[in-house]
Design a protein around this ligand. Structure first.
Ligand code: DX5
Ligand code: ZN
Length: 226
């Protein structure tokens, strides 16, 4: 399974976003991860759909929008119209997650569902067959540069097996504290889309940082294959 790298612009220079987006896409990143925070679901406020819309004009890279907002159902249209390709909401932030996935699809986007470190996998067990991506937060959302929570590897591995058992297609994304070292653990556990903010934008050589986080391909052995 080829690993997809999604640099998070939370660690980019907000006064030079266009240049930073170009930097990471030229360096081989597949996705651009856009962290949307509302000051309520998480303490800080970042950017809204108008900024996403402006960035859409300067880049063709896949826009992976991570909504850390309450009432995500009220926001998905704005972000779809702004040019999002993937819209991820938090299972903790909405009552009708299944319907929300459906609505994101109707808007022409892929749908992701995220859970915080303190939320059990059972919150998304009924959703992975409908979602395109499940996001396992490996830090508590809200800030870049936090320490990776090691115990999340077990959760990622359980999710990987759950998806195999169900025989459905669902990418596993991880977000928070990902660097060349923690990348090995999450990829071994089964994650195939890796978000990284500070480890990429904080590096003097962005292309090398992306390469190091991507690592070498890991072979997973599925027990029900022969
Ligand atoms: C955390 C955000 C992340 C963050 C990751 O709340 O969702 O996307 O930017 O930053 P690093 O990679 O520095 O932990
Ligand atoms: Zn994020």
């Amino acid at each position: 399974m080829a690993t997809i790298i999604a640099p998070s612009i939370l660690s980019a220079d907000f006064a030079n976003l266009a240049a930073d987006v170009k930097k990471v896409s030229d360096a081989g990143a597949e996705y651009l991860h856009l962290d949307i925070m509302d000051g309520s679901f998480v303490p800080e406020i970042t950017i809204g759909a108008p900024v996403v819309k402006s960035l859409r004009k300067i880049s063709d890279i896949v826009f992976d929008v991570h909504l850390m907002v309450e009432h995500p159902e009220t926001q998905i249209k704005s972000f779809a119209d702004a040019g999002a390709n993937i819209i991820t909401f938090h299972a903790e932030a909405t009552k009708h997650a299944n319907r929300l996935i459906q609505q994101i699809h109707e808007l022409g986007c892929k749908a992701g569902v995220a859970i915080n470190p303190g939320t059990s996998l059972s919150a998304i067990e009924e959703l992975v067959e409908f979602a395109d991506m499940a996001l396992i937060m490996t830090v508590n959302p809200g800030y870049a540069g936090q320490k990776f929570i090691d115990s999340m590897c077990g959760k990622i591995h359980m999710l990987y097996h759950m998806i195999q058992e169900m025989e459905v297609e669902c990418d596993i994304q991880v977000d928070g504290g990902i660097n060349p070292e923690t990348s090995v653990d999450v990829r071994e556990a089964g994650a195939n889309i890796l978000v990284a903010g500070s480890a990429i934008f904080g590096s003097a050589d962005i292309a090398q940082a992306i390469k190091d986080i991507r690592g070498t391909e890991i072979q997973h052995h599925h027990h029900h294959e022969d």
